[in-house]
Design a protein around this ligand. Structure first.
Ligand code: NAD
Length: 324
């Protein structure tokens, strides 16, 4: 068979995923099945795992839109990536403090981020590793990239859990419910009860106390369930992966296809909602080919603002103790 001369081109929709643990590989699979990227590179420190995952994914390509997949520990493979997704992370050791773990994860990013930016100087970074808000700040500092090109997966998945739980109570599809969780991805996340609506009908117009301590309908139990669900999934199956993978693949689609959809992602919030610290927290953001183009400033209640600002102050304190 006659073959064409090979021309090496840099694809406009190349994605790199760093870390092929449970979360990273689920994200890679989700991106692959949705046909979002033309090229995908997987990077990790575990060569055998990389090779096994690569073969397993490649053998499924016959059933999908074709794409090029490569894998290895050499960051040169990531060259020309439009988007780099970072899921590499260390797990907590027995007796280790939260700050020690934060420092270890910071050290992992010190290894990864400069290499990604070296090979893809105009890339957009999407950080998934936890604690995601803190590590997005660290990645921004290490990368030297403009802040709109460094994004944390943030509370996009928390908002999805919120909308799903609301959908069960309303008996309406989650996609038809507007509901946002903002702030820190984790225990101090802020549910924006004042903004929950279906087709413009606000929950707070039907029940002005919804989500407050005076609420006899106990809507706030849904937020408690959102916070607990990550712990519950870890207890039941060991790690959360599928919802996270879908959440990250829609963010990937928005960036690669310049869709300008609005998602709750972690971004630089100094000056937003009265925050006076250089921290990253989630707010609804418009996503496109240049990263975050706009932040949607919701009208928050006094209570929601206080919770958001408290998260920012706590995060700033932890951040100032990190060495990098
Ligand atoms: P995992 O332990 O299964 O995988 C981590 C991977 O990172 C491993 O394959 C490991 O080899 C790799 N790695 C470690 N150091 C590396 C380095 N220097 N360079 C390249 N690769 C390296 O963990 P997981 O369950 O896949 O979770 C990954 C991260 O995502 C964790 O930090 C976890 O807490 C976080 N997470 C975040 C969310 C979120 O909503 N933001 C949700 C779930 C998990």
């Amino acid at each position: 068979m006659q073959t064409k001369a090979s021309v090496d081109t840099v694809s406009g929709t190349k994605v790199t995923v760093v870390g092929v643990g449970q979360v990273g590989i689920s994200i890679a699979f989700s991106i692959m099945t949705q046909g979002i990227a033309s090229e995908m590179t997987l990077v990790d420190v575990m060569e055998d795992k990389l090779k096994g995952e690569l073969m397993d994914l490649q053998h499924g390509l016959t059933f999908l839109d074709n794409m090029k997949i490569t894998a290895g520990s050499d960051y040169a493979l990531s060259a020309g990536s439009k988007l780099c997704i970072v899921t590499a992370g260390a797990q907590m050791r027995e007796g280790e403090s939260r700050l020690d773990l934060d420092q270890r994860n910071t050290n992992i990013l010190k290894d990864i981020i400069p290499k990604l930016v070296q090979y893809s100087p105009d890339t957009i970074l999407l950080i998934v590793s936890d604690p995601v808000d803190l590590l997005t700040y660290v990645a921004w500092k290490l990368s030297g990239l403009p802040k709109e090109r460094v994004i944390g997966s943030g509370t996009n998945v928390d908002s999805s859990r919120f909308r799903f739980l609301l959908s069960e109570r309303f008996d309406v599809a989650p996609t038809s419910i507007h509901g946002w969780i903002i702030g820190e991805h984790g225990d101090s996340s802020v549910p924006v009860w004042s903004g929950v609506d279906v087709a413009g009908v606000r929950l707070r117009d039907l029940n002005p106390a919804a989500g407050t301590s005076e609420d006899t309908e106990n809507w706030n139990s849904i937020h408690r369930q959102v916070i607990q669900s990550a712990y519950e999934i870890i207890r039941l199956k060991g790690y959360p992966s599928w919802a996270m993978a879908l959440s990250v693949s829609v963010l990937t689609r928005a960036i690669l296809n310049n869709t300008r959809n609005v998602y709750a992602v972690s971004t630089f919030v100094e000056g937003i909602h009265g925050v006076q610290y250089p921290v990253f927290l989630s707010v609804p953001c418009v996503l496109g080919e240049n990263g975050i183009t706009d932040v949607i400033q919701q009208t928050l209640t006094e209570d929601e603002l206080t919770q958001f600002q408290k998260s920012a102050a706590t995060l700033n304190e932890v951040q100032s103790n990190l060495v990098f």
